[in-house]
Design a protein around this ligand. Structure first.
Ligand SMILES: C[S@@+](CC[C@H](N)C(=O)[O-])C[C@H]1O[C@@H](n2cnc3c(N)ncnc32)[C@H](O)[C@@H]1O
Length: 536
């Protein structure tokens, strides 16, 4: 295999991977952004744990098993100076991706049809290697190749992301898969297999209608979940030839054999001991080794899936975050105010909030309460503790502003990160909430809006677009000031190309004002959906 630069291609696929290729050609996998695999997230965790990762903006990014490019293309759009390469076994999915690249005109991304097993050192080094939803779903020799590439093709300061199903939680799901596979034995046609698998599940639910055993409850839960998921998911998760789950410590053993090491889990909160009960903490605390501890955490929670970040084994990972590092961390949080109670003896006020992740958080620290309220007001924009102090200094009364302390705020918010109710990042935001001069939606999201009703936002999430937003997004290319956008929208309304069904159309707003009000409303909605980039 030759270097990725230029127009190199992967040699013909090895025969042993053909059955997987056929499966994904027959029923292509929905190709979506995976927010935990965003290089900004990898960059943030690597920086926090003492690494010197490459800036995603100029990085070389490889995605293994990238399907139709739903994860890779938004990255190529966001980072025009990065080089993005996808390797995908299925010709059909590769063609989807290649057509999308042609449509967008992106010149910094390629998707090559081929197998990860064919990638050698000459393919080049990458600063971020992403592999979502592949590791568990391939035979042993492909799995081995994934970790080999994550090691051999990772630049010295590179970070890799691998997701996989984990034991012991997956035993239960494996039971459903086992029953489905037994039931569809002998049926070759993919859609018939899916139909029969769904029919079996329905039969099991109906047959257990009066039962409240653990088995019956589990079947009901799984059936309800699978009902919401598309056929392609059911096919590849439950009916695929390969789906292997691993104990975390076994996965890490494989990782270490490839001279890689565990950096962290995409969700820090899922591995933070403070999120376990007191009794669980007593059992976990004596386990010094992070991997063994992670294993027992999985046993406690019955976790089924992990998204793990890896770096080279020779890097020094430091999870003791220094005060200086904390000052570089940017926080964001959205807290719904639930109520307050005054302590009559101390006079302090305890405020309760609900986080975006559904956790109840309480604080009787007035400064922290103000910091949380400020973060909420600006969510999802992030702010460092220093910025929060600067803002609060201008608004708080003197007796409080004198007590403002960057380290105190940063220390509290990092606890929130560990507990899972505060988000963090290191790099400045890729999104802007208000005050745009020349509003811009990414090129990829503008193409998506032209093609359908979903778009990838700047938090790497898949967003449902209203019809009106879908029609206005293509105009927002960052070259036009708001009056010009209003003129275009006005023209679209007059020519009947844009049907206004907003409240303004029916209210007593003068007709001439409608385009302006409409643009204001759309921009505010798009900002809330994290679709507007910062002004250039
Ligand atoms: C479950 S899908 C996940 C797709 C995508 N990463 C995602 O998360 O949406 C697994 C993908 O891996 C691809 N794949 C399977 N074996 C492969 C191999 N040997 N080399 C490269 N890609 C492979 C499949 O064709 C499929 O697109």
């Amino acid at each position: 295999m030759t270097s990725i630069q230029g127009s190199t291609t992967i040699p013909a696929t090895a025969p042993r991977v053909e059955s997987a290729q056929q499966a994904y050609d027959d029923v292509p996998y929905g190709s979506f952004p995976v927010s935990a695999s965003h290089p900004d997230r990898l960059y943030s965790m690597a920086s926090l744990f003492g690494q010197k990762p490459v800036l995603p903006d100029n990085a070389r990014i490889l995605e293994i098993g990238c399907a139709g490019g739903g994860n890779l293309l938004p990255l190529a759009s966001l980072f025009p100076n990065a080089t993005c390469v996808g390797v995908e076994l299925s010709q059909v999915q590769c063609d989807y991706g290649t057509k999308a690249i042609e449509f967008t005109g992106f010149n910094n991304v390629t998707i090559q049809q081929g197998s990860v097993t064919e990638i050698g050192p000459e393919f080049g080094e990458f600063d971020y290697i992403l592999c979502h939803g592949v590791y568990s779903w391939v035979p042993d020799f492909v799995r081995e190749a994934i970790l080999r590439v994550c090691s051999q093709n990772l630049s010295p300061n590179g970070v890799a992301y691998v997701s996989y199903n984990v034991m012991p939680g997956w035993y239960f799901k494996g039971m459903i898969r086992g029953m489905m596979l037994e039931h569809v034995k002998g049926i070759a046609e993919p859609l018939k297999r899916i139909g029969q698998a769904r029919a079996l599940l329905k039969f099991l639910v109906d047959a257990n209608v009066n039962s409240h055993t653990t088995h019956a409850e589990f079947i009901r839960t799984e059936a309800a979940l699978l009902q919401k998921l598309p056929d392609s998911y059911l096919m590849h998760e439950y009916l695929e030839e390969h789906n292997n789950a691993f104990y975390f410590r076994d996965f890490i053993r494989e990782v270490m054999q490839h001279k890689l090491q565990f950096l962290g889990e995409a969700s820090i909160a899922s591995t933070w001991i403070g999120n376990f009960t007191r009794d669980a903490q007593k059992g976990l605390e004596p386990i010094a080794d992070a991997i063994q501890r992670g294993h027992y955490m999985d046993c406690i929670t019955g976790r089924t899936f992990r998204e793990t970040y890896l770096v080279h084994a020779d890097r020094t990972v430091n999870r003791n975050i220094s005060t200086e590092q904390l000052q570089e961390v940017r926080f964001s949080a959205k807290m719904e105010y639930l109520g307050a109670e005054k302590n009559s003896s101390t006079g302090s006020v305890l405020k309760r909030y609900k986080s975006k992740t559904g956790m109840t958080v309480q604080s009787n620290d007035t400064i922290i309460q103000h910091a949380l309220e400020l973060l909420t007001e600006n969510y999802p924009q992030s702010q460092s503790a220093t910025q929060l102090v600067e803002h609060l200094r201008k608004t708080l009364p003197k007796e409080l502003s004198e007590k403002l302390d960057v380290n105190h705020i940063a220390g509290n918010l990092i606890q929130g990160v560990l507990a899972g109710w505060v988000e963090f990042r290191i790099l400045p935001d890729r999104l802007q909430l208000r005050g745009h001069k020349k509003p811009k939606v990414t090129d990829w999201a503008r193409c998506q809006a032209q093609a359908g009703k979903y778009a990838t936002n700047l938090r790497h999430e898949f967003i449902n677009l209203s019809e009106i937003n879908r029609q206005i997004i293509p105009i927002l290319d960052g070259t036009k000031e708001i009056p010009e956008i209003v003129r275009e929208v006005s023209f679209l309304i007059q020519s009947g190309l844009l049907k206004v069904q907003l409240a303004h159309a029916e209210s007593n707003i003068p007709a001439g004002e409608i385009p302006k009000r409409l643009v204001e409303e759309v921009l505010s909605q798009l900002a809330m959906q994290s679709l507007l980039m910062p002004d250039a």
